[in-house]
Design a protein around this ligand. Structure first.
Ligand SMILES: Cc1ncc(COP(=O)(O)O)c(C=O)c1O
Length: 392
């Protein structure tokens, strides 16, 4: 008798994948396509990327920069990254030992967690959170300590944050400007986090992908620039949002040489490297003048104000983001005050896709009265969404 047929569904499902659920955001994108809905669910621009970047990428391919780049990043891009952080934050980074180019912030975050966190270590995560932090920490075997950010301004309670720390905590993940809340941590909040990291010998893993998308008086401060945090911070960033090229998959991780050494090991064997010609274009992007960044923030502020207005008209109670390009809205006043039901109704009957709030919380009940819209879209797209939302 030959081997017994196995039960593949169980036998070949590794334990580390058990807690991972399908991304709700990407599922909403699929539903948006199926129902021809305006996609205000997934955070990618539907307008063109800057011309000079497209030219630089096409030029690099034509010039035959089509083979593997150095695994931790093309020298030109690492130098451009170092120059940009010196220019914007007076941060001095050694491109040879402190910068790793990877496939987007997504790989940067997972590589950082796999490189620094052992199974059973604890990682502190603010919630509502960007949904990738869940799978990222699960893959590294970490236990998660969730700390709430409280509406309307999405600040943490210092007592609650302190209670989440112990000698078992290896790292805290912070995302500022934040997805989905739009909260920007100010200096006192960052100082409090930095103090806990030092007291408990923990790392700060800072996802700063929306660094240039800030509104009004909000200012982005990298936690790496705070006293005592230079060698205790892993800064994760990417071209995706700042240069409107989410499909290029080019990001970077900044960390002290000691941390970078292990992050590079993981990165090398996860992906070898990011697309070589796009790294060349990345060097052009990072050298763009300051007025590029000012215009980006101004432009998104107009789209944000437009979106706030249309959501209020449609009966939502939107929270005002200080940064990033999402709006969390309270749905308690709507005829369908349940996030999952409302999101389904919106995509199927109204023709607008959004993300149910429960997908941003460890306890889904905490997001039942919330829904997230993104506004990184053309004005025509926002207008179409406005006309459709008026039907609610
Ligand atoms: C907070 C945050 N981090 C990371 C990412 C993904 O970044 P990347 O495209 O560089 O992988 C996103 C995308 O929406 C995000 O919102």
């Amino acid at each position: 008798m030959g081997p017994q047929p196995s039960r593949p569904a169980k036998r070949f499902r590794a334990a580390r994948t058990h807690g991972i659920v399908e991304s709700v955001i990407r599922e909403m994108t699929r539903l948006a396509i199926e129902h021809q809905a305006v996609n205000l669910a997934q955070g990618f621009p539907d307008f063109p990327a800057p011309e000079e970047l497209k030219r630089a990428a096409a030029g690099a391919i034509a010039a035959d920069l089509n083979q593997y780049a150095i695994t931790w990043g093309a020298k030109k891009l690492r130098d451009a990254i170092a120059a940009k952080y010196r220019r914007h934050y007076a941060l001095e980074l050694d491109p040879e030992r402190e910068i790793t180019v990877c496939c987007g912030a997504t790989e940067g975050m997972i590589a950082s967690l796999l490189a620094t966190v052992d199974p059973g270590d604890e990682v502190v995560i603010f919630e509502p959170f960007y949904e990738n932090y869940g799978p990222g920490t699960l893959l590294s075997g970490a236990r998660r300590n969730f700390v709430r950010l409280h509406p309307p301004d999405w600040r943490f309670d210092p007592q609650q944050l302190r209670a989440a720390f112990s000698p078992r905590v290896k790292a805290i993940i912070l995302n500022s400007p934040g997805n989905p809340t739009g909260h920007v941590f100010d200096r006192p909040q960052l100082e409090f986090i930095a103090q806990l990291c030092q007291e408990f010998d923990a790392l700060a893993i800072a996802d700063e992908i929306y660094e240039h998308i800030v509104y009004g008086g909000a200012q982005h401060i990298p936690i790496m620039t705070l006293p005592g945090m230079r060698d205790r911070t892993i800064l994760v960033n990417s071209m995706s949002k700042t240069y409107s090229v989410t499909g290029w998959r080019v990001g970077w991780v900044l960390a002290s040489p000691r941390l970078t050494e292990s992050i590079r090991k993981v990165h090398d064997f996860l992906t070898v490297g990011a697309a070589a010609p796009l790294q060349e274009a990345g060097a052009v992007a990072l050298a763009l003048p300051d007025d590029y960044y000012a215009a980006l923030a101004r432009d998104y502020q107009q789209r944000r104000d437009r979106m706030l207005h249309m959501l209020s008209l449609a009966g939502f109670r939107p929270f005002h983001p200080q940064g990033a390009y999402y709006i969390m809205a309270d749905i308690s006043n709507l005829p369908i005050p349940d996030d999952l039901k409302l999101a389904r109704h919106l995509v199927e009957k109204i023709g607008v896709a959004a993300v149910p709030g429960s997908s941003f919380f460890s306890n889904p009940a905490h997001g039942k009265k919330l829904i997230r819209f993104c506004f990184c879209k053309k004005y025509e797209t926002l207008e179409l969404a406005e006309r459709r939302l008026a039907k609610l």
